[in-house]
Design a protein around this ligand. Structure first.
Ligand SMILES: *Cc1c(COP(=O)(O)O)cnc(C)c1O
Length: 361
């Protein structure tokens, strides 16, 4: 998508000969912060680093210490959880609402302890996971609200973009995300100037001034070429998300199969509007016969993915959690299937998917 503008952006950087920490990153940070509606944006190397650096910065600022707890959704992508454990913090898995598949605010208070320091809603599949109740619980217990916005660029919650709703947010620009670069990229957004400065220093070897090191930092930079590409694509993000909504609207109106449950939509949440709902990073249907359905669709030429086949608590890297019972997450991981959705899909491709799903029996 947007090939000519992307090529021009790459050419501009290669001709300038300036590849790191230059004008493109500074301009993208400015433009992305304005788009999200957050006072500060800091470009970093990828989405996992963005989330990891937020927690690391809070630790440097004395707001969190090793062993403190962070509430995360139990059905998220592993990166959300890695960002917590990487810092010596303890991820506390909380089950999602079975309908929306998003972090269930009703279960959060029961998981809060004296060591809880933050809640991390993940806007999974492109759908807003933030609710006023989550914000209320965070303020009641003095918890940071950190958004994982890797899958939801452009998603709105009552007119405000996800990524601007809490204390800080991590964003990924992995090529397959709604706003994707030509390689790895990420950003942190926040309204807190101290957090912004600390993340910026940590991502630059821990330095605020050249050759003076305040923290034991790392190197996590968004490079100039990726920033230029993202600047070319950002003005098209809303229109691209509208194209995703059009595909979703056809799936809702034309898929008819009792073996399949379409993603939940709340009453009054219409697909065409930008007020609520989803930017459809993924179109997650569910079926008790998921594996058979996936096989059938593949035979009809429709490639699907599973987000995700193994829940985090059943992964080898967190084997200490293997005996936990998280039945809602386990059911999602057993039943979820992601139908193709992208701004580049043709009407004919969408029809092929619909026909193939409807013919499954
Ligand atoms: C993609 C993703 C990340 C990580 O982003 P990378 O840029 O790949 O490191 C984090 N959280 C979620 C929910 C993601 O989908």
């Amino acid at each position: 998508m947007h090939g000519a503008e992307v090529t021009e952006a790459v050419r501009r950087v290669t001709e300038s000969g300036w590849y790191l920490l230059g004008n493109e990153v500074a301009a993208f940070e400015h433009e992305y912060a304005a788009y999200i509606g957050s006072p500060h944006a800091i470009g970093v190397g990828n989405g996992l680093d963005a989330l990891t650096l937020i927690f690391r910065a809070y630790m440097e600022m004395g707001e969190m210490k090793p062993g403190d707890e962070v509430i995360v959704p139990s059905n998220t992508y592993i990166a959300s959880i890695l960002a917590v454990s990487e810092n010596g913090l303890k991820p506390v898995l909380v089950e999602p609402d079975p309908a929306t598949m998003q972090l269930d605010w009703r279960r959060i208070e029961g998981a809060v302890t004296t060591r809880t320091k933050a809640v991390m809603p993940v806007h999974l599949y492109g759908r807003c996971a933030f609710t006023d109740q989550i914000a209320f619980i965070c303020s009641k217990y003095g918890l940071k609200l950190i958004e994982d916005n890797a899958q939801a660029h452009g998603c709105l919650y009552h007119g405000r973009h996800t990524g601007s709703l809490g204390d800080a947010a991590g964003h990924s620009f992995y090529p397959g995300k709604n706003l994707g670069a030509l390689g790895d990229g990420g950003a942190v957004t926040t309204g807190d100037p101290e957090l912004a400065a600390t993340v910026r220093a940590l991502a630059n070897y821990g330095s605020e001034r050249k050759y003076v090191f305040r923290y034991r930092g790392r190197n996590s930079r968004l490079d100039e070429i990726q920033a230029a590409v993202l600047r070319a694509k950002l003005p098209h993000l809303d229109a691209d998300n509208d194209l995703r909504r059009r595909v979703a609207a056809r799936y809702y109106s034309e898929i008819r199969n009792s073996e399949v449950t379409l993603p939940y939509t709340a009453a009054g949440e219409t697909l065409g509007e930008r007020v609520a709902g989803s930017v459809w990073h993924i179109f997650p249907i569910r079926s008790p016969r998921r594996d058979e359905l996936q096989q059938w669709l593949a035979e009809q030429g429709v490639q699907t993915l599973i987000h995700y086949p193994i829940p985090p608590h059943k992964q080898e890297c967190y084997k200490e959690w293997s005996s936990m019972a998280l039945p809602i997450s386990e059911a999602i991981h057993r039943e979820e299937l992601s139908l193709p959705i992208s701004p580049a899909m043709t009407d004919e491709e969408v029809s092929t998917v619909i026909k193939a799903v409807n013919a499954f029996g």
